[in-house]
Design a protein around this ligand. Structure first.
Ligand code: B12
Ligand code: SF4
Length: 440
């Protein structure tokens, strides 16, 4: 007789924050784990952030639908006391809570509930999910994995989870499932009945150790994934009708001959032009955009180019890890434009609210990137505990409370609301002054 399969519910929780936007957000880590579990389990998914779900009420602002990014449905909620001094609305983003409660009531008892965690300061969404699972599915083993679970495992345990998966150490989960997965399974994208946007990676880890970034703490050496696995991931997404894919790599362009180039050559040679758009919301290293890489990316269908810049100040660049210098950004922009990329699709990220803000020369840094004819997007600084720059913030906030890592709150705490608004408005007006894109 066939052994009864375990039952697993995957949950991508709602977000409690001042702002959240569907910037091709998908729970890739959890879906990767689920892919490995699939041969041993029956798996369902409840994604509170799935904008294509019939349970998702419409957002207040209609989506612009540029490459299928867009706003989530949101409800205003009271600000936690930690944010009493932040003059912004606090909101809950995603499918309403009662829909999940009804869903849990309607399902047989699950053996496991796996919950995706991402930003440390998004834990209130996890708390909501855990409370509902405990009440309505009391026999389920609750498992958390992802970035928050890896960085703050004790805090994650305090929310009432049964098992915390740190980084990619899945052994405790597979032991409970009595499973020995094969080396490769594609992420379990089949869990979505309707899928148009998705995420993938070609690499893991990052060779840099920037002083504001958590990656150094993850102890993940840089590595490229096998090309045939990346191609299988891509083909699965194409077969599901996906049109827009975001790369979640931390160092997509590093050592391109190992994986990026063969992957792009495969796409150019095998996928009809216009079938797929690629995006890089997690930022790329400007330094590695050579004329050849720029050509390959544009030909393969990259449609948006986000470049990590942070500051034009050489002192700030050196102090924080030297991942980029201003000449790298200027050269990358030239190569991308020469390859045919529309300048309006190239964006430089610059940090706002960094504790060494005086060294950063933010206004001249913004004006420098604008002078290259590209957009500037301010990247609100989120202080991450145990990073050198996160620790500097303990002068202003209690780092042991993850809500204080909030990216909207910290820059306002450090610089004040007026100064933050000044820089944001400056970016908006400079971006508006750029020539209109060639096509919408
Ligand atoms: C992609 C990415 C984004 C995407 C979207 C991510 C998303 N899904 O929400 C974008 C570009 C939009 C983004 C934005 C931001 N991000 Co970000 N992002 C990442 C990144 C690179 C990957 C996160 C991810 O989804 N990983 C999924 C896969 C790729 O992860 P994986 O580790 O391979 O997964 C394996 C295991 O971890 C495990 N696993 C993972 N999940 C799960 C779940 C379960 C249940 C189980 C069992 C196992 C498991 O199994 C997987 C397979 O082995 C991380 C850095 C990193 N490398 O983790 C930063 C990171 C999470 N981001 C960070 C930051 C700072 C930001 C921003 C604040 C930047 C800014 N200033 O604007 C914004 C905030 C957005 C917001 N709305 O507030 C910080 C975290 C800060 C914090 N306090 O928590 C990180 C750690 C990067 C950093 N600089 O240090 N981000
Ligand atoms: S290059 Fe990017 S991912 Fe790598 S350590 Fe620096 S900020 Fe983090």
């Amino acid at each position: 007789m066939e052994k009864m399969k375990q039952t697993i519910l995957l949950v991508n929780p709602p977000i409690y924050d001042f702002a959240a936007y569907d910037f091709w957000l998908k729970p890739l880590g959890m879906l990767t784990t689920a892919g490995h579990c699939k041969p041993f389990a029956h798996i369902d998914l409840f994604d509170y952030l799935d904008r294509l779900s019939p349970d998702m009420p419409p957002p207040k602002r209609p989506p612009k639908n540029r490459f299928r990014k867009g706003p989530f449905h949101a409800q205003h909620i009271p600000r936690p006391p930690e944010f009493a001094h932040i003059p912004r609305y606090f909101r809950r983003f995603g499918i309403p809570r009662r829909v999940f409660q009804d869903y849990l009531r309607s399902r047989p008892q699950y053996d496991f509930v796996l919950i995706q965690t991402t930003m440390t300061y998004w834990y209130p969404g996890l708390k909501e999910v855990i409370e509902d699972v405990r009440t309505l599915q009391p026999r389920a083993t609750i498992v958390l994995g992802g970035f928050y679970a890896t960085l703050l495992p004790d805090h994650a345990r305090s929310l009432g989870a049964d098992l915390i998966i740190e980084a990619d150490n899945h052994k405790p989960l597979y032991d409970k499932l009595l499973a020995t997965p094969a080396d490769y399974h594609p992420p379990y994208w089949q869990a979505y009945p309707n899928l148009r946007t998705a995420a993938m990676t070609l690499t893991t880890g990052c060779p840099y150790k920037c002083t504001y970034c958590a990656i150094g703490q993850m102890n993940l050496p840089f590595a490229h994934r096998p090309i045939d696995h990346c191609i299988q991931d891509l083909q699965l997404l194409l077969s599901k009708g996906v049109t827009d894919i975001a790369f979640y790599d931390d160092a997509l362009l590093y050592k391109p001959e190992k994986i990026l180039k063969p992957f792009l050559e495969y796409v150019i040679g095998n996928i009809p032009q216009g079938k797929i758009n690629f995006h890089t919301p997690n930022a790329m290293h400007a330094r590695y955009i050579t004329p050849e890489i720029a050509q390959l990316m544009v030909r393969a269908g990259f449609r948006t180019f986000y470049l990590g810049f942070e500051s034009a100040s050489p002192t700030f660049q050196q102090n924080t890890g030297s991942k980029v210098v201003s000449a790298d950004l200027a050269a990358a922009v030239t190569h991308l434009k020469n390859a045919g990329a529309d300048a309006q699709t190239i964006t430089a990220y610059e940090l706002i609210g960094h504790p060494n803000t005086d060294l950063q020369h933010l206004e001249s840094s913004i004006r420098f990137a604008n002078s290259l004819g590209i957009k500037v997007m301010l990247s609100d600084f989120s202080p991450i505990p145990n990073t050198p720059d996160g620790q500097l913030c303990s002068e202003y906030i209690d780092l042991s409370e993850p809500l204080n890592h909030n990216k909207t709150a910290f820059p306002i705490t450090l610089l004040g609301h007026d100064k933050v608004s000044y820089y944001k408005n400056l970016c908006k007006s400079l971006n508006r002054s750029l020539p209109a894109p060639r096509s919408a």
